[in-house]
Unconditional design. Structure first.
Length: 325
């Protein structure tokens, strides 16, 4: 079991250049390893004081004050470090980028108490026990494969969260969807929890969170399309929900794809490959961000996993057969 770290007060002086700033704004400059929302909560809880006294979030500072922070570490006693075979693409002192396989749950939850990516990360890098959610700043669905970045320090965590909120992290996917698409496009539709089927998300005209997905057609097959998809936002199941909303659900998506229908005229080997593809045909192929410490732009790419590459190979064979007949 991972144990909570001891709470140690940290005292820092407010630079004169922050004169007139609100306490939460100044605290975010003085303690850059923490997000402003966390600092605001600690101000309200009395964990962040000004010259030894409690203060309000909006209090204006004159500069030169001493801020004393008793940070509350992320509780991780319920998370076990467990050895997992992690496909690490890149790692340094601040971040870790990995290629997630299918069937791997990212975070423990109902029905998946352990053997998740988080458990494997704690085994690989025990220091992640002191980082919120063991450094996981974004997720991939259980059966979605591909690139995912993890923060190894609080400063890196804060930076990546800010980049994600600013939509400056570029995430590109490849997907195979039902139906023939010939034009690229975008979906700009809010997403929220389905009002009846609570395990699903849905496009909601009211009450949903803003969500935008861009897609580019790579190849059109008989009855199907191979797409490059770029996320502008990162809502739960976003690509799956948006493509289903367009009437082009992902191949293999049991939750959003409805009953499987194989178009007439498809080669039997391809039909068999489609029937046996038992996960959503979605792979996070490229990730680009600004390094939290160096400020350098970084980009990673990984090839398609074997099952998705094989499925596309079957589609190409069927296309070649149809063009020759």
């Amino acid at each position: 079991m991972q144990q909570d770290q001891a709470v140690t007060p940290v005292k820092k002086r407010v630079p004169e250049g922050l004169q007139g700033c609100r306490l939460d704004q100044a605290a975010a400059k003085v303690f850059p390893e923490y997000s402003r929302s966390r600092l605001q909560q600690w101000i309200r809880d009395g964990r962040l004081s000004v010259d030894g006294r409690s203060a309000t979030v909006r209090e204006k500072l004159v500069g030169g004050e001493y801020l004393s922070l008793t940070a509350e570490p992320e509780s991780s006693t319920e998370w076990q470090a467990q050895p997992l075979n992690l496909a690490i693409v890149y790692e340094d002192s601040a971040i870790l980028v990995l290629n997630k396989p299918a069937s791997l749950v990212v975070h423990p939850g109902a029905g998946n108490p352990d053997q998740t990516l988080l458990n494997g990360l704690l085994h690989h890098c025990p220091q992640l026990a002191s980082i919120p959610r063991a450094g996981i700043v974004h997720r991939l669905d259980k059966d979605t494969t591909g690139l995912l970045v993890v923060a190894k320090t609080l400063i890196a965590h804060n930076s990546l969260v800010k980049q994600l909120k600013a939509r400056s992290v570029s995430r590109e996917y490849e997907a195979v969807v039902q139906g023939e698409l010939y034009r690229s496009g975008s979906v700009d539709e809010a997403i929220g929890r389905h009002p009846v089927a609570r395990i699903r998300m849905a496009v909601l005209p009211r009450g949903g969170k803003a969500a935008k997905t861009h897609y580019r057609v790579l190849t059109t097959f008989h009855g199907y399309s191979h797409l490059r998809v770029i996320l502008e936002t990162g809502r739960t199941h976003q690509i799956r929900v948006h493509m289903a909303h367009l009437g082009h659900p992902l191949v293999g998506d049991a939750l959003y794809g409805g009953r499987l229908r194989i178009p007439a005229g498809i080669d039997e080997q391809l039909a068999s490959a489609i029937r046996s593809f038992d996960r959503q045909a979605l792979h996070a192929t490229q990730l680009a961000l600004t390094h939290p410490e160096s400020g350098e732009p970084m980009t990673w790419q990984v090839p398609l996993p074997e099952d998705l590459a094989d499925l596309l190979a079957h589609f190409r064979v069927d296309n070649d057969r149809a063009s020759q007949s």
